[in-house]
Design a protein around this ligand. Structure first.
Ligand code: NAP
Length: 276
């Protein structure tokens, strides 16, 4: 088993994830894994870094596929005895003008952004070593979508005692409500992506609380963040930040020094803790 520190970035064959891997290759003192659901796209991305003189390792990971997540888990357990840095970056968004029915957009978006990210956490968080760092890439859209929720939902999503099961129930209810076309009546905002990212931010707050309760002495720091508005296939060419600039906050959180006691359980953008 290798004692070398190891970092894993999900959805890193392109966009912000790729830029996070690039930065970690330069700054993280250990092995960096670029992961992708498609091995061809993943290997191509690794080769692109190689041309820049950077070395990333590749492992397949489709966060929609439990078998794929578990294969990565077993690999990390066997080769490294765990992991030190996990960046949950993989995500999807329908384009604004996409005509796919809203209920389908809701189901598909929540499946990857919330349930897929959660499944990665279920399998990989127990492997995170002391002083590990976990970064869940959410979005400022989670804050604006929270503002568009009913008072009752806002209260639930801001609660310091909401459980993971309760959050899962709420995310499932959103999808069901869109299918019955009652989501607005039920207090939800009209954005599947926004609700999925509320899920990611609230999940991070819960996970940080659980780490405090169950692994207090391990000094693991876990946060959600927004990378900013970044020029990628998701956000388009008008966005204000380059992918490398978008990677800055996630990388800052991934590399918080071992003597840092925060941020933890926060929503961070531009390296600054935001009020949730
Ligand atoms: P992107 O260029 O579309 O890249 C998304 C990445 O996620 C791709 O590598 C994609 O792989 C991967 N992915 C999607 N579904 C996956 C799955 N089931 N399993 C594994 N990988 C999967 O988007 P981006 O702008 O870099 O976004 C990265 C993250 O930042 C997302 O979580 C996004 O919501 C968040 N974000 C972005 C912005 C922005 O302005 N760009 C703002 C706020 C937050 P494929 O190539 O195989 O599709």
């Amino acid at each position: 088993m290798s004692n070398v520190p190891v970092a894993v970035v999900t959805g890193s064959n392109k966009g912000i994830g790729f830029a996070i891997v690039r930065a970690l290759c330069k700054q993280f003192p250990g092995d960096v894994y670029l992961t992708a659901r498609d091995p061809g796209r993943g290997q191509k991305a690794v080769a692109k870094l190689q041309e820049e003189g950077l070395h990333a390792f590749f492992h397949q990971l489709d966060i929609d596929d439990l078998q794929s997540i578990r294969a990565l888990r077993d690999f990390l357990k066997e080769k490294y005895g765990g992991l030190n840095v996990l960046v949950n970056n993989a995500g999807i968004a329908f384009k604004v003008h996409d005509t796919t029915p809203f209920a389908v957009q809701a189901e598909v978006t929540l499946k990857t952004n919330f349930f897929g990210t959660r499944n990665v956490c279920i399998e990989l968080l127990p492997l995170v070593k002391p002083y590990g760092r976990v970064v869940n890439v959410s979005s400022m859209v989670s804050s604006s979508a929270l503002g568009g929720c009913s008072r009752d939902l806002q209260q639930k999503f801001r609660s310091d005692t909401i459980t993971e099961d309760e959050l899962v129930e709420l995310m499932t209810k959103f999808v069901e409500d869109t299918k019955k076309s009652v989501h607005e009546k039920e207090g939800w905002p009209n954005t599947a992506y926004g609700v999925s990212k509320i899920g990611v931010t609230v999940l991070s707050r819960i996970q940080a609380r659980m780490l405090n309760e169950n692994r207090k002495g391990d000094h693991i720091l876990l946060n959600a963040c927004c990378p900013g508005w970044v020029r990628t296939d998701m956000a388009g060419p008008q966005a204000t930040k380059s992918p490398d600039e978008g990677a800055e906050t996630p990388v800052y959180l991934a590399l918080l020094p071992s003597d840092a006691d925060g941020p933890h359980g926060q929503f961070v953008s531009n390296k600054t803790v935001r009020t949730w």
